[in-house]
Design a protein around this ligand. Structure first.
Ligand SMILES: Cc1ncc(COP(=O)(O)O)c(C=O)c1O
Length: 415
């Protein structure tokens, strides 16, 4: 039997997210309904494209549909990547649709990693990215983003971790895993760092790089023209995973994807996927195709980038005022997010004592109905990140405001 660590973050979410009154731990940009989606389409031409998609769906027989995902959906996914990169436009067949990025990551790891393989994974990140390869018998080394470096990537450190292959091509690092933008830190790897990582992977024998890009393109601190590239637009052994959940506010459509320049990777994943998926729901596929159609996707992203920026100002104001708000009882510090939907905040008592994140979260929920995520429980390996909290600040602005008001009262001891 495969042994795998409990997935702490998902278990915490499962236990508390439906009972919390103010969920400010969630990582999706405030989710939208199909009605919201339909309203985005009262388009310039006056044509109701949403109704058109819906009508087609109502008439379609509900067989399995396209096994790898409909060509229309996959085509729209290819448009999320650059067509002007040296590698050209991504072919439709280089995209495989999966039930969420979580299934895309799992499938890739299951396909690419085996017992004894050396795998490097950026840390902190979504636990799946290092726990699954560990469960498959790989030797996983964590490439740590360190607080003292502002949680930025240390390329010298990565270089030390990479094992070059032997002359016969065996024995080297099998896979490098990054998460860009990063959950929980809320930062991203800038273009220069990405190119350096690719260079290290190339000179060490074209090591594949799996980049979990589920928060892409939420680079809300940047202009669109300065977004860093996807891994698959700068490296032909790069593999990207993504989904409708975070940047597109549609996690309830359980669809995501694997995109890769090497067609063999897609075929290998498709072959493994035959054993556990067959196809995704045609309803999900159709609605996701619609949401990623050119006019609509730009409206969703415009809404969500504005939401991230508005809410980040509110959060930032709160964080800087924690000593005042708590009558001097607490300090809070963080690296202000530049991308994604999460902030990783450290709370300390006024005399520098670490806060028990688990107890704090449980009490906050019990007394005020507010949900934070305890960093030590959900992102820590051993004692790491005790006293940290992941805040998902891209929920509805009113939820964030009301939630932070409750936290303020909690910090003052007003229950
Ligand atoms: C980094 C990362 N990858 C993947 C996922 C899974 O997302 P989904 O399966 O909804 O696409 C999450 C969800 O929180 C995540 O944070």
């Amino acid at each position: 039997m495969v042994k795998i660590e409990p997935f702490a973050v998902e278990q915490w979410m499962d236990r508390y997210e439906t009972v919390a009154t103010y969920n400010i731990a969630e990582t999706c940009c405030d989710s939208i309904s199909l009605t919201d989606l339909s309203l985005l389409s009262s388009s310039d031409s006056g044509e109701d494209k949403f109704q058109e998609s819906l009508n087609k769906l109502l008439k379609r027989t509900l067989g399995y549909g396209h096994i790898r995902g409909s060509p229309e959906f996959r085509e729209n996914v290819t448009k999320l990547y650059s067509s002007s990169s040296l590698m050209g436009k991504l072919p439709v067949d280089n995209v495989l649709i999966t039930p969420g990025a979580i299934a895309a990551n799992f499938l890739l790891l299951y396909t690419l990693v085996g017992p004894g393989d050396h795998v490097i994974c950026m840390y902190p990140t979504y636990q799946q990215l290092y726990a699954v390869p560990e469960s498959l018998g790989a030797e996983v080394e964590l490439w740590k983003l360190k607080e003292e470096n502002g949680f930025t990537a240390d390329l010298d450190e990565l270089e030390k971790l990479i094992r070059p292959a032997n002359e016969d091509g065996t024995g080297g690092t099998k896979l490098i895993i990054i998460n860009n933008p990063n959950n929980p830190i809320g930062n991203f790897l800038p273009s220069e760092a990405l190119h350096k990582i690719v260079n290290l992977a190339k000179i060490s024998g074209n090591i594949p790089i799996l980049s979990d890009e589920v928060y892409r393109p939420l680079f809300h601190s940047l202009d669109t023209s300065t977004h860093p590239p996807s891994i698959i637009d700068i490296y032909d052994h790069g593999i990207a995973t993504g989904s409708m959940s975070k940047a597109f506010s549609l996690a309830g459509l359980r669809v995501g994807w694997v995109a890769a320049r090497q067609h063999g990777v897609i075929d290998a994943c498709a072959s493994a996927r035959d054993y556990n998926t067959i196809s995704v729901s045609q309803l999900d596929d159709t609605m996701a195709t619609y949401a990623l159609s050119p006019n609509i996707v730009s409206k969703i992203l415009e809404r969500n980038v504005a939401l991230c920026n508005t809410n980040l100002k509110i959060l930032d104001d709160f964080i800087t005022r924690v000593p005042e708000i708590s009558d001097g009882k607490f300090n809070a510090s963080y690296i202000k997010p530049t991308a994604g939907t999460t902030a990783f905040v450290k709370f300390e008592s006024k005399d520098g004592e670490i806060v028990d994140d688990k107890r704090f979260c449980e009490e906050l929920l019990e007394r005020k109905g507010i949900m934070f995520l305890p960093g030590g429980v959900c992102f820590g390996h051993g004692e790491e990140f005790v006293g940290y909290f992941r805040i998902g600040y891209c929920c509805g602005t009113q939820v964030l405001k009301a939630g932070l008001k409750g936290v303020r009262e909690f910090l003052k001891g007003e229950f």
